[in-house]
Every structure is written in structure tokens, then in C-alpha cells.
Design a protein around this ligand. Structure first.
Ligand code: NAP
Length: 278
């Protein structure tokens, strides 16, 4: 081990990445000497930049938009969940010099809901909004929790239907347009759309929630998101944003690289305070 092992997050844009602050907090807490920085990689330059990072002694990378598919192609070997997701957010140098690709978003979401928030997934009826990279990344870990059913609803119905077909060997999963939500109730509703970034809300029927329903928005911010406000107005039992998922996916990457599992709650609290102060 070198004095300070090198890690980085590659993305574009990368300026607002919270990963350096999160990993610095993990390293401090666990007494690990690492150097972690955010790197803006030009479009089309990912393969060269990643190869150069590892050739220069780098130990691991996080990958964010828009390079998760390119990272998938770059990895020599893949975890089962990364293979199913078709995307990689963590690259790790293995003892034999090969590069392992993993995706930790899904396990991060599951840990936040189950361990931090105390939400039950087994046997539950889950509604998943969106059918982009985030949904693709969380389907395998969610289905491994053995929910009763998952309904994926997306603006572009065909994308949701395709995802459902791809993952149906792992459990009961159905996909289509938002009309799939008409007349049904869900125990857990997860917003994995980027609609909130445009100040929009997917078209959700007001019959969807029960008084025991939990609502999770993968988005986060200093204020409750539009989706969280909709959930509260529709009398959801519990509502959360995606800050915990962000910290948990980082913790899983940290664990893969360092074989040390940081305590996440203090870091979630610290990031929450930073968000509020920003
Ligand atoms: P993506 O691949 O670009 O997919 C975006 C999804 O949002 C698509 O399903 C898209 O529908 C839908 N959408 C966009 N605008 C919409 C609108 N106005 N109304 C309804 N649906 C709309 O993005 P992603 O990577 O899946 O990420 C989705 C969200 O999750 C992002 O906001 C991201 O920040 C968040 N996220 C958070 C974490 C975390 O750690 N907390 C991790 C991953 C992602 P179409 O298919 O019809 O275009």
C-alpha cells in the first residue's frame, strides 16, 4: 500500500459532486489514508482517462453520468449486479491487476430504506417511477428483497416494458405507461425520474397511496422535493429523499476498495447539514 492510495470520481459535469466530501468523511472516520478527487473527463475520453488513472497507480474509481456504460465496457470482470444493470459506478483494482466493475446504487437504495429508514420490502407492492439508468441499477437488488410485486411506470412506456421483461426472472415485475398505476395501491413508491429537476411531477393518481405507504425520492436537496410534497399531501406514512442512498452507495464502494465498512448515519447527518447550509 502506498502512503495515500489514490481514488477519484469521473464524470461530466462533476463540479457539484458530493463524493469527495463523503469519501473524506469515511476515510477520517475509519483512519484510512486515501486521496480522493473529482475529475471532469471530456466526452469521448473516458477509456483513455481511466486507463491512465490505473496505470498511474490509482486504486479505484467512482463513475457518474454520462460514463456508466463506458465504465461497464472498461471493466475486465463484473459483479452479477453490474452485469444485470448494464452499468458500472465503481471500478476497483484487484490484486491480480485486473479491474472489477460493480454498481452500488441499488444496494445503496435498499440499505437506506431497510437499515436507515426501517422500511419493510419483503412482500410489499412497489411502484417504481421512471425507466432510466437509476431504475435499471436498482431492479436486481430490489427484487432480491422479495417484494410482492414491482410495477414500473414511465413516460416512455416501452422503456418500462423492456426493463420488466429483462428482470422478470427475478420476481413479479410489470412495466408500462403511467396508466398502469390507475386503480392500484402501492406500499412503497420510489421516484427515479428526473422530472423534479425540471420542476415537474409524473402524473400520479391520488388513489395510489394508502395510510401505510412509504415514498422515496432518489432526488434530494435542501428542501423537500416536489414528489415528497405530493406524497405528504397524499397522506403517505413516511417520506424520504435520496441523500441516504447517495451516502450508502458511496459506503459500498468504500467497502469494496478498503474492506472497511464506514458508519453511514454520521455522514448522512453531516451531508444533510452541508446541504442545508449551501
Ligand atoms: P435517466 O437515465 O436520464 O432517466 C430519467 C428518467 O426520468 C426517465 O425514465 C425519463 O422518462 C424520466 N423523466 C424525465 N423527465 C420527466 C418528466 N418531465 N416527467 C416524467 N418522467 C420524466 O436518469 P437516471 O440516471 O435514471 O436518474 C434518475 C434520477 O435519479 C435523477 O434525478 C438522478 O439524480 C437520481 N439518482 C439519484 C441517486 C442517489 O444516489 N440519490 C442515484 C442515481 C440517480 P423517459 O424514459 O420517458 O425519458
Amino acid at each position: 500500500m502506498t502512503e495515500q492510495d489514490k481514488y477519484a470520481v469521473f464524470g461530466n459535469p462533476i463540479k457539484h459532486s458530493k463524493s469527495p466530501a463523503i469519501h473524506a468523511a469515511f476515510a477520517e472516520q475509519c483512519g484510512q489514508r486515501i486521496h480522493y478527487r473529482a475529475v471532469r473527463v471530456e466526452l469521448g475520453d473516458f477509456q483513455r482517462a481511466a486507463a491512465s488513472f490505473f496505470a498511474g497507480g490509482g486504486k479505484g474509481l467512482n463513475i457518474t453520468l454520462p460514463f456508466k456504460q463506458e465504465a461497464f465496457a472498461f471493466a475486465d470482470t463484473l459483479t452479477e449486479r453490474a452485469r444485470r444493470a448494464g452499468a458500472v459506478n465503481t471500478l476497483a483494482l484487484c490484486p491480480d491487476g485486473s479491474i472489477l466493475g460493480d454498481t452500488t446504487d441499488g444496494i445503496g437504495l435498499v440499505r437506506d430504506m431497510v437499515a436507515n429508514l426501517g422500511w419493510q420490502l419483503q412482500g410489499r407492492r412497489i411502484g417504481l417511477l421512471g425507466a432510466g439508468g437509476a431504475v435499471r441499477g436498482v431492479l436486481e437488488p430490489l427484487l432480491r428483497e422479495r417484494p410482492g410485486s414491482i410495477v414500473i411506470a414511465n413516460r416512455t412506456a416501452a422503456r418500462a416494458a423492456e426493463l420488466a421483461a429483462e428482470f422478470k426472472d427475478l420476481g413479479s415485475v410489470q412495466g408500462g405507461g403511467y396508466e398502469l398505476l390507475d386503480g392500484i395501491e402501492v406500499d412503497l413508491l420510489i421516484n427515479a425520474t428526473s422530472a423534479g429537476l425540471q420542476g415537474e411531477l409524473p402524473p400520479l393518481p391520488d388513489t395510489l397511496l394508502t395510510v401505510r405507504s412509504c415514498c422515496y425520492d432518489m432526488l434530494y436537496g435542501p428542501e423537500p422535493t416536489l414528489f415528497m410534497r405530493w406524497a405528504a399531501q397524499n397522506a403517505a406514512w413516511a417520506v424520504a429523499d435520496g441523500l441516504g442512498m447517495l451516502v450508502e452507495q458511496a459506503a459500498e464502494s468504500f467497502y469494496r476498495w478498503r474492506q472497511v465498512r464506514p458508519a453511514t448515519q454520521p455522514v448522512i447527518n453531516r451531508m444533510r447539514n452541508l446541504l442545508a447550509a449551501a
